[in-house]
Design a protein around this ligand. Sequence first.
Ligand code: CMP
Length: 355
Amino acid sequence: MSALPFSKILTSLNAVLAAVGLLTVAALTTPDISGETRLALQILLICVWAAYVFQLIETLVMQQAKDVRGAGVEIAVDVLAVLIPLVAFLFIRGRDQSLYCAIWLLKPLRGSTFFRLLGRVLTKEARNLIGVTSIFGIVLFVAALAAYIIERDVQPDKFGSIPLAMWWAVTTLSTTGYGDEIPQSFAGRILAGLVMMSGIGIFALWAGILATGFYEEVRRQDFVRNWQLVAGVPLFQKLGSGALIEIVRALRPRVVPAGGIICRKGEAGDQMYFIVEGRVSVATPNPVELGSGSFFGEMALITGEPRSATVSAATEVSLLSLYASDFQMLSSSSPEIAEIIRKTALERRGATPKS
Ligand code: CMP
């Protein structure tokens, strides 16, 4: 069953609807909004809620029609988005009634691939993140302890106990520095400087771990996707596993819409293309169409001459491109494939008269 048209509209408008709903909730907390404006905002909230009722119905219909993977979370979010504001409307009176619509914060997260990616990165890097968090905790305690010892007699109201000094330690270690608690003694100021520098180091470590985690996860996803695409090109089925891994890393996927120009005659060529799906049209004097499993753009790569013909997408086409430097790698790891490409280039060169 295909998606209902309404669902298509609503999917793209999901984040906008949530933003409108949440801004309305925020506006309703302003005390000096007049009665009429308040009513208009409340009607707006009801409209957003009604849209979410439709989305819930649609999700349930889709769920019945086919087993949608991960639909459990989506259904839970859709049910909560409808149920919580309804319960608040029926049972809660007063200014807090609309606050329950803040549950719509969950809506943009629904089905978001980014949050799935974040979840995987956090799970994978959990050990390192916990390690750095432990260092943060240790430094925090040591800083509060030292500040307590150094400043307790000078400022007993602010540093008179370790829990009191802890607030100073948190704001200093996070380099927020509200300035409500400032060490007065020389030793206290030296300590503050050290704590600030440790804070910068700890946050840099957190940022580094997360950045590396994201980079590796995105690379892994690219690898898996490329692997599936490479499996669709018969030429690569001859490769051994080592060479296959190298080529999967080297190839870059690209989708060109029907009619799009992929390379132009006369241009310098630094990459060749393998067709995973779709067809391309080669504008030789007798135009040629190439389909999935074929390759093109190899002539410029091998001869170093400009592109011999313009190649455009006859249908939407999914390609894998290979740069000249990676072609050298392919030549050494898999000479038989490089030989097929070279032979084809020579044959095509013979068949394509120079103009
Ligand atoms: P290149 O010259 O790099 O760029 C244009 C490409 O079109 C060329 O490489 C070949 O891959 C392809 N091509 C050129 N002539 C023919 C032909 N006669 N048959 C099939 N493909 C061709």
